[in-house]
Design a protein around this ligand. Structure first.
Ligand SMILES: Cc1cc2nc3c(=O)[nH]c(=O)nc-3n(C[C@H](O)[C@H](O)[C@H](O)COP(=O)(O)OP(=O)(O)OC[C@H]3O[C@@H](n4cnc5c(N)ncnc54)[C@H](O)[C@@H]3O)c2cc1C
Length: 379
């Protein structure tokens, strides 16, 4: 027999778990369907930490969403009684005319976000674990930091369940189709009807939305942890997260959480993945070399060879901005996709926007710039 819901969320990862929590809080009869276990490491929302910041260099239009995201993360912390956010600060270093430093300054000026601009001498004294290029500028955002990614996802799942949502894990959606009253989904276990559908399938979104031919590109992203000596990278010693832009690359990382290792990765690059279910999870010398070179140059107390690794995926749109919108032909289908390697911090607020779109058909949140109809996505 086909089961019926108000809304089905396809994929209970970063965004799906958040959307489900917002739906359930409003009393919507919601079902989340997830192909793996709820705490799996097969997608894009694992690996201990995610940077959160407000002085958004990718585009200032993200900033109002970030203000709401911070509030929602703090509310979720209180409701879940879990530590999700650590506002240890973020240090950005890069060319004064690059993307990160001027972009963060622009967003900070436009929205009155607190940033500090130490001279290179001041930065060298304040951050002894780092070496800075003489031609680079340094900027610090004190109210930035990181999210504990697994705990954040779990908190959304637990909130959804506590407010009455149903989640079916280890069940794969094979197809969805519009019906007279909404949508019908077929999975490897059964059929489900709902008034609306939210597609938050991460790296698998392109396949599930094949009718739209959205130009999504999935890339393979190694996550690397490196041994550290001394306490200058320690979160308990006041060390910040970091983002270094170089001429051809960008690297980022977090303070050491265990006093023994530090997570440092490359943001740029990544091999294109044809099938996310067949991701190559082995680590190769070519994965290690760019980060090892960066560490040799910029982080003298860190071992260039990684102590451990995990594998993740970015799902890029052509302009690296997200897609949060309704399906142009089937408005009962809502899409959250293409989070382009910088989405996690927004799951709290865009989960709310996805729920608004599914339930009310509109949202007050300023997401117009993330529409499916924007020029960069039109072929
Ligand atoms: C290495 C790395 C570092 C990052 N760093 C940052 C950062 O510092 N700050 C930041 O804000 N963001 C960061 N990001 C980006 C952020 O993590 C992602 O944008 C976000 O996690 C994407 O969430 P998602 O819900 O789209 O995907 P996922 O969390 O992968 O969720 C998609 C879910 O859909 C499920 N699914 C797919 N197909 C089906 C199906 N047919 N049936 C049922 N279930 C299905 C999948 O199993 C999965 O659980 C990083 C990403 C990576 C990989």
């Amino acid at each position: 027999m086909t089961k019926t819901y108000d809304c089905i969320v396809l994929g209970v990862g970063g965004f799906g778990s958040a959307a489900l929590a917002h739906l359930a809080r409003r009393g919507v009869r919601a079902l989340g369907i997830e192909r793996f276990d709820l705490d799996h490491e097969q997608g894009s929302s694992h690996g201990e930490t995610r940077i959160i910041r407000k002085a958004y260099f990718e585009h200032p239009d993200y900033v109002p969403l970030l203000f709401r995201a911070y509030d929602l993360w703090q509310e979720l912390e209180q409701e879940s009684e879990k530590e999700l956010l650590n506002l240890c600060g973020l240090m950005i270093a890069g060319p004064p005319d690059g993307e990160a430093v001027p972009g963060a300054k622009l967003a900070a000026q436009r929205y009155g976000i607190d940033i500090e601009e130490p001279t290179l001498a001041e930065a060298r004294a304040r951050f002894p674990g780092f070496r800075f290029d003489d031609a680079h500028a340094v900027l610090v955002e004190p109210d930035a930091g990181f999210l504990h990614v697994e705990a954040s996802r779990q908190a959304h799942v637990e909130t959804a369940l506590a407010h009455g949502a149903t989640i079916q894990a280890n069940e794969a959606v094979l197809e969805w189709q519009p019906t007279a009253n909404g949508v019908q989904l077929r999975t490897n276990r059964g059929k489900y009807d709902a008034a609306s559908l939210i597609v938050t399938a991460g790296a698998w979104a392109g396949r599930l939305l094949a009718d739209l031919s959205i130009p999504l590109e999935v890339v393979r992203k190694p996550i690397l942890w490196h041994g550290v000596s001394g306490n200058e990278y320690d979160v308990t010693n006041g060390a910040p997260g970091f983002y270094f832009e170089t001429t051809a690359h960008a690297f980022y990382g977090f303070p050491s959480l265990d006093g023994k290792t530090i997570k440092a990765c490359e943001h740029t690059g990544g091999a294109v993945v044809d099938d996310p279910s067949q991701l190559d999870r082995e680590i190769h010398p070519s994965d290690i070399e760019p980060v090892a070179n960066f560490i040799r140059q910029s982080m003298p107390g860190v071992q260039p060879a990684p102590a451990r690794h995990s594998m993740c995926m970015y799902t890029h749109t052509p302009d690296h901005h997200f897609i949060v919108d309704r399906h142009p032909q089937w408005p009962q289908v809502v899409i959250g996709a293409g989070f382009s390697g910088h989405g996690f911090k927004f799951t709290s607020v865009l989960g709310e926007a996805l729920a608004d779109l599914a339930v009310d058909g509109k949202t007050e949140l300023p997401i117009g710039f993330l529409s499916l109809g924007r020029e960069a996505l039109v072929k």
